[in-house]
Design a protein around this ligand. Structure first.
Ligand code: ADP
Length: 403
């Protein structure tokens, strides 16, 4: 990396999409963002947003695979004078969903690292292959440039064994690498640090319950900057009620469906991951829509909201007990940052735990980290917008700058 290089390109490669952001780590400016979607399908399109005042640009119908998509991204960046060949580009940071127990830190990618990510494919059969495709393509475009993998699971590798292990037959669990890994780690890491800063405390001395409530949702208990428990498990299916996922469920429901409803493993997988949660309960997975329907008197939407909030409250109580002392409860992601009624309902009745929400502060809409608990509350309640791309860029830049 040259001394002048301060830009990081962040790539989040999904099975049929690539999201990207180019950031300048000296100024923390976002220079460009974009998305290629429906790669390899009809109606594929790239939307590129230059952030130097230029207008959004769109290309359609020409991306047969990830290589074609990334080449087009590179062309769009070049058109803005931000090409991948620029000496200012320090590194590419890739989001990788599953790092298993192998990756506890962001890691500079080489052949050995690629082999290890490949070995983890059975644990994330949809995500890791797509992440690998993005990495391989980016390495072909810039073989000389440091590329860094930032893992969704890494933040949770500090969980003690008693939180990470299921009470399963140990030999079976070990043979199949079955344990709780947790996800959304870059978000939990970013938000934990930002929340400590908001409280004016050293992250190493701050205990937090972080609630990442997006379409996927997870809670984590963070003691002194390290994760000690999280709600997602072997896969992102466990834990909170989500947009389309059931979260916690008696595993016997699965055998019951297979024995009595004639469903096979794939169908149950689809049911629990894509047709359950809020959408399964009331036909909508967007919290805005659910709130609208509740106001219109829709009973199914009301019940879905109540189930969602009840589960949240149970995790709050559980993590309060795990931590013993809590400095703040922190809400983040689409629902956590925007849905004041969810925040209010999740904390109602918890005054005995020192948890209260100030109605006026809770109603404020803002993109800034903020407190929504009344002054002098025993436990702070905060809303902290997450920024996973910035966290990936930070971790990537810190690693390549140190080399
Ligand atoms: P993900 O990255 O998991 O797809 P996000 O963190 O972007 O999700 O969250 C998306 C969800 O946030 C939407 O499905 C919707 O339920 C919720 N959401 C977004 N904006 C609002 C809002 N203004 N009020 C309530 N919920 C919102």
């Amino acid at each position: 990396m040259t001394a002048a290089a301060s830009r990081v390109l962040v790539l989040n490669s999904g099975s049929s999409s690539v999201k990207y952001q180019l950031l300048d780590m000296r100024t923390l400016q976002r220079l460009a963002t974009g998305l290629v979607e429906r790669i390899g399908e009809e109606g594929a399109r790239l939307v590129h947003t230059p952030l130097n005042g230029g207008a959004e640009r769109e290309r359609t119908g020409e991306f047969a695979d990830h290589a074609a998509a990334l080449r087009a991204v590179a062309e769009e960046l070049s058109a803005d004078g931000l090409g991948l060949d620029s000496p200012e580009l320090a590194a590419i940071g890739h989001r990788v969903v599953h790092g298993g127990l192998s990756f506890t830190e962001p890691t500079v990618i080489d052949e050995e690292v690629l082999t290890e990510i490949e070995r983890l494919v059975p644990l994330a059969p949809l995500h890791n292959p797509a992440n690998l495709l993005g990495i391989r393509t980016a390495r072909e475009l810039r073989p000389d440039l440091p590329q860094v993998a930032v893992f969704d699971t890494a933040f949770h590798t500090t969980m003690p064994e008693y939180a990470a292990r299921y009470a399963l037959d140990a030999k079976t669990a070990d043979a199949h690498r079955i344990r709780r890994y947790g996800f959304h780690g870059t978000s939990h890491a970013f938000v934990s640090r930002a929340a400590a800063a908001l409280l004016g405390k050293d992250p190493g001395e701050t205990n937090l319950i972080v609630l990442h409530l997006g379409n996927g949702a997870s809670a984590s208990a963070v003691r002194g900057g390290s994760c000690v428990d999280t709600s997602m498990g072997l896969t992102p299916l466990e834990g909170l009620v989500m947009g389309t996922r059931s979260g916690d469920i008696d595993p016997a429901v699965i055998f019951h469906l297979m024995r009595n409803a004639g469903m096979d493993a794939g169908e149950v997988d689809d049911l629990l991951n894509k047709r359950s949660g809020l959408i399964g309960l009331c036909g909508a997975n967007d919290m805005r829509e659910i709130q609208r329907r509740i106001e219109e008197g829709d009973a199914a939407a009301r019940l879905a909201f109540e189930i969602y909030v009840h589960r949240l409250k149970k995790y709050l109580g559980a993590y309060y007990a795990v931590l013993g002392r809590v400095d703040a409860v922190v809400f983040t992601a689409g629902v956590g940052e925007n849905a004041a009624p969810v925040r209010e309902a999740a904390l109602s009745g918890l005054e005995g735990l020192g948890l209260e929400v100030d109605a006026e502060l809770n109603a404020v809409r803002s993109k800034e980290p903020r407190l929504i608990s009344p002054a002098g509350a025993r436990v702070a309640v905060a809303v902290v917008p997450t920024d996973e791309e910035l966290e990936i860029a930070h971790q990537t830049y810190a690693l390549v700058s140190a080399e």
